[in-house]
Design a protein around this ligand. Structure first.
Ligand SMILES: Nc1ncnc2c1ncn2[C@@H]1O[C@H](COP(=O)(O)OP(=O)(O)OP(=O)(O)O)[C@@H](O)[C@H]1O
Length: 560
């Protein structure tokens, strides 16, 4: 284990009762988390497991592929999946709830149609969330004629009638089960020797309370890692000061990792300036001394894309690898706009390269992993397909638990997928994919309809299946993504786009005619700062910061 530094080694080998690691970008938090799990796996007691809880399914795939494990020894996945598998499914009987089946796109659409709610968007249904005590969290903004409480009531009635649950309810119901029936917390604790949590700064109240109950009712140790300064999901309920609270509640020490390995000194100095209390990092990166200044540039709206192209041309001329260049934006729309332009010149990947916005459902995740496997048929990618299929089975409550059956379905899915003619148009090939999933798993697949609804028709006419698979695979091309999607990742060169006033920190435009923006608050300033911090700290060698309007207030601070 000589590739870990002394403090990382301590975090891996000591603190068997549990530990919190709170450390800056590039200090090897994820690397340490994986190393600790691999170590624990070498002498895992019989009938015990490890759990590694990640923020996204993509991060889970990445971490799972770096572990040496036997099928049944480890759980790797999001908190939602963890709760479904270990709390909601096994213990729903306590409240005589049906086995959880998550409401899907077609259910939402049906709900809106039945109730003639044509003006309400799906995202607005997503605003129906509960507090710990079951009361509703009233959104700060609700512009519909139908009052929020009334919509919530008819929505929950609809779900109940159909024996469905909303995705947001996974955590709420799990919390109810585990907090009111302590034997369930004990039983979960009995399964796991240790639970690791990555990206802890973005933990919400349910996740936090569920983990705390498990901790307080058994012997499970916790290994918690993250960085308070990288909290970018406040809007989704991430708690403040989670590390300090957890230190007290879990009774653990907080360990810092002082050495950073990712970026040049110029980049480390640049992002450190965003916080007056930033810790001093010892830069041990192999790129440390590369004298590449952070470049700032004001573009005009209509030459922004051209300017990005010129940066990329110069990087390629200087022998940068395209797979190591990323353009990160503050909104999907910007990513899409840049992607549509650059596609003519380069091979591009990432969310901004697709003819539709982000979609986060399991059917789409399987499509992505199948595409990846088509381009690179490694065992690693095969495993990822299987993991995603298991998630589908869980979410849809498919009666399909035998391991052999899952392997059979995986093989069948791959072979059928590879039979789709690569020259078929995008929409038709998506329908073929829908058909394949539907036949193999004997389910309706409205998730594909969801993709089809958000596909940009003008664009889609230029896409065949081959191009879509190659882009979806995420292999070999310039990445265009939002900063949020790039969390935890790293690239040699990063171009941050749209670091404008009103965008970072974000201020909603309340009057488009006069361009009046919402007032800034301490919270919105802090959210802007953390987002820029995450964006900047993705870069290893070169960082370009562009603004096509007045610069963000933070640009001067970095330049000083
Ligand atoms: N001891 C080490 N020796 C050499 N390289 C290291 C060491 N520790 C970490 N690294 C490298 O530093 C980079 C960042 O590691 P990692 O992604 O684990 O950091 P992180 O703390 O999780 O970052 P972030 O907070 O940005 O997600 C990786 O390329 C990793 O391989």
């Amino acid at each position: 284990m000589d590739y870990l530094n002394e403090i990382q080694k301590q975090a891996v080998n000591e603190y068997n009762n549990g530990l919190i690691v709170s450390a800056s970008p590039g200090t090897g938090k994820t690397k340490t988390l994986v190393a600790r799990a691999n170590k624990k796996l070498t002498n895992l007691p019989k009938h015990k497991k490890l759990a590694l809880i990640t923020y996204t399914n993509a991060a889970a795939d990445e971490i799972a592929s770096r572990l040496d494990y036997k099928e049944n020894d480890v759980f790797v996945g999001t908190i939602h999946r963890f709760c479904l598998e270990y709390i909601l499914r096994p213990f729903s009987w306590i409240y005589k709830w049906d086995k959880p089946k998550i409401a899907s796109y077609s259910d939402f659409k049906e709900f809106l149609e039945i109730n003639k709610l044509s003006t309400i968007q799906l995202e607005d249904l997503n605003k129906i969330k509960k507090n710990l005590d079951g009361s509703l969290i009233i959104p700060t903004e609700w512009l519909h004629k139908i009052p929020f409480e009334e919509l919530s009531r008819i929505y929950y009635d609809f779900l109940k009638e159909r024996k469905l649950i909303d995705f947001n309810e996974i955590l709420f119901r799990s919390y109810i089960i585990i907090s009111k029936n302590l034997f369930t917390a004990k039983s979960v604790s009995n399964i796991f020797m240790e639970i690791s949590v990555d990206e802890f700064q973005d933990t919400n109240i349910f996740q936090y309370e569920i983990l705390k109950k498990i901790k307080n009712n058994g012997k499970t140790s916790f290994f918690i890692v993250g960085d308070e300064k990288q909290k970018i999901y406040s809007f989704a309920g991430a708690l403040n000061e989670t590390f300090t609270i957890a230190k007290k509640d879990f009774g653990y020490e907080i360990l810092d990792l002082n050495y950073t390995y990712r970026s040049t000194e110029k980049i480390v100095t640049g992002y450190s300036k965003l916080f007056s209390d930033h810790p001093i990092l010892i830069n041990s990166s192999k790129y440390k001394d590369i004298p590449f200044d952070i470049r700032f540039h004001q573009t005009k709206k209509d030459d922004n894309n051209l300017y990005i192209k010129q940066i990329i041309d110069s990087l390629i001329k200087a022998k940068a690898q395209v797979g190591n260049i990323a353009i990160l934006t503050t909104s999907w729309f910007d990513a899409y706009n840049i992607g549509s332009y650059l596609r003519e010149y380069f091979n591009i990947i990432g969310l901004g390269a697709l003819p539709h916005s982000n979609i986060s459902n399991t059917v789409f995740a399987i499509l992505k992993t199948l595409s990846r496997y088509s381009v690179d048929s490694s065992i690693r990618n095969l495993k990822i397909i299987k993991r995603n299929i298991e998630l589908l089975i869980l979410e849809k409550n498919i009666d399909f638990n035998d391991v052999k059956e899952i392997v059979f379905a995986t093989n069948k899915l791959i072979s059928q997928f590879q039979k789709i003619n690569i020259n078929t148009g995008l929409k038709e090939s998506l329908l073929q994919y829908q058909n394949i999933i539907s036949l193999i798993f004997k389910i309706d697949v409205p998730e594909v309809d969801e993709i089809l609804t958000i596909v940009n028709d003008d664009e889609a006419s230029n896409w065949n299946f081959k191009k879509y698979i190659e882009t979806l695979s995420g292999i070999n091309g310039i990445t265009i993504n939002t900063i949020h999607q790039a969390k935890g990742l790293e690239y040699d060169f990063v171009i941050l786009n749209g670091i404008n006033e009103n965008r970072i920190p974000y201020q909603r435009c309340v009057d488009h005619i006069k361009y009046i923006y919402e007032e800034l608050t301490d919270d919105s300033i802090q959210n802007g700062r953390t987002l820029l911090y995450v964006g900047m700290s993705r870069a290893k060698i070169g960082l370009f910061i562009l603004h096509n309007w007045k610069p963000s207030m933070f640009i001067n601070q970095i330049k000083l």
